[in-house]
Design a protein around this ligand. Structure first.
Ligand code: OVM
Length: 409
């Protein structure tokens, strides 16, 4: 079969409109809301003429595709490339890029090592770190992406995993690589992949047992190997998953939260008045900005969703960002409101593959937003926010601001 962008090219199914948009182009990646609105307006699915695959962004269908791992598999990759037909750029993740029943085994180990109990013990160090960091950044012009959004997770998460000498730049860039890699072979993907020889061997080395401290999450994963739940090789691969999915995502969530609060001062005032809203504000940031904008699934067999026939091998780009702003599902969907009910948002996925690190991700976001709420009277934008295109992540490149400690008169 002739592949198209690494997958089986399909014809438009009956009743599905053709759309020539590039969902991996600059416009869709840096100014996604108009792209989301058009997508949902086209129907439950649209056919991407440039990629000969489907795309969906209404809440119900996006959730249905994500929920049903039997019809829509992850083992053929969650990007444009079909792992059944084309060799992936790295050995596939043994938790993300697999299906049940094998998935259950690896997922269980991560669930245990990232449990609420484990995260409870991290809350104090996270709070101390966030407090000190915010304290240092008060009342001067900062670039909040590097100074805060990147600085916080890279100072707490690699340590929690047990990395002895974390290299923040390599950890962040590996995340950018992993997420750009699920897009097509475009400039974004090529440019970051050129740096793989610098970064990938370093990452793989950090995953070895002898390079991890004996009191971190990494050591707990290796302990599961000692108990015979997984092999030592599998343990190393699960540590790699933590380093793949655990840095860029939380950096993006925290950066996006700062942007939301800087651009919605009324919402920041609510948070400041009641710092216990920190977690709710982070959750609404996830819904409102969807740090992971889109992931694919692959139809494992001929099937059907909402009356649309979907043939085996069809790649479906599931636009979580569009589903999270669907006005048919969310009252006043386009309003950033930290007091709303956010449950059911798809920013952390849905179904058996939903974010296994969500407890720790929330604890990080909560620690930062609480530290701000307790110390900062207002967040002032001091320049333009600039978005950084990535094939899967909706993240800021630059966010100049000032964390003002004095109340306004
Ligand atoms: C992994 C992984 C898990 C979730 C997301 C991700 C695409 C990677 O297991 O390597 O980024």
């Amino acid at each position: 079969m002739d592949l198209f962008h690494g997958h089986k090219p399909i014809a438009p199914p009956d009743g599905v409109p053709e759309w020539d948009v590039d969902p991996y182009g600059d416009a869709a990646l840096t100014d996604p809301v108009p792209f989301f609105d058009t997508l949902r307006g086209l129907g439950p699915f649209a056919y991407l003429t440039r990629y000969k695959m489907l795309i969906c962004g209404r809440y119900n269908e996006t959730r249905e595709v994500f929920q049903d791992h039997e019809r829509f598999v992850s083992s053929r990759g969650v990007g444009v490339s079909d792992f059944a037909l084309e060799e992936p750029w790295r050995p596939p993740s043994i938790v993300l890029e697999v299906d049940p029943p094998y998935h259950n085994k690896t997922r269980r180990v991560l669930m245990r090592t990232l449990s609420p109990k484990v995260v409870a013990d991290l809350r104090d160090p996270f709070a101390r770190n966030a407090d000190a960091l915010v304290e240092r950044l008060l009342d001067r012009e900062i670039e909040a992406v590097s100074d805060l959004a990147e600085a916080f997770p890279t100072s707490v998460f690699p340590k929690a995993v047990g990395i002895r000498e974390p290299d923040s730049r390599k950890l962040i860039d590996y995340g950018a690589m992993v997420f750009n890699a699920i897009g097509p072979d475009n400039d974004l993907r090529r440019r970051i992949m050129a740096r793989a020889p610098d970064i990938v061997p370093w990452i793989n080395e950090q995953c070895l047992r002898e390079n991890l401290t004996d009191d971190g999450i990494g050591a707990a994963i290796y302990a599961a190997a000692d108990q015979g739940d997984i092999s030592p090789e599998e343990a190393g691969m699960l540590v790699r998953s933590l380093l793949s999915a655990g840095v860029d995502t939380t950096v993006t969530g925290i950066g996006n939260a700062l942007w939301c609060l800087a651009t919605h001062p009324d919402q920041y005032d609510l948070l400041r008045a009641d710092p216990s809203l920190a977690l709710a504000a982070f959750e609404e940031t996830l819904r409102f900005t969807s740090p992971v904008q889109a992931f694919c699934r692959t139809a494992g067999a001929d099937t059907e969703v909402s009356g649309i026939s979907i043939e085996e091998g069809t790649k479906i780009l599931c636009v979580l960002g569009a589903a999270n702003l669907d006005p048919e599902h969310w009252p006043d969907a386009g309003r950033f409101d930290i007091t709303r009910k956010t449950s059911g948002h798809l920013a952390l996925g849905a179904g058996p593959h939903n974010c296994v690190g969500q407890n720790i991700a929330r604890a990080e976001g909560q620690a930062v937003l609480r530290a701000l709420a307790e110390r900062v009277s207002r967040i002032e934008l001091t320049g333009d926010a600039v978005w950084r295109p990535n094939n899967a992540i909706h993240a800021l490149d630059r966010l100049p601001l000032r964390l003002v400690s004095e109340p306004a008169n």
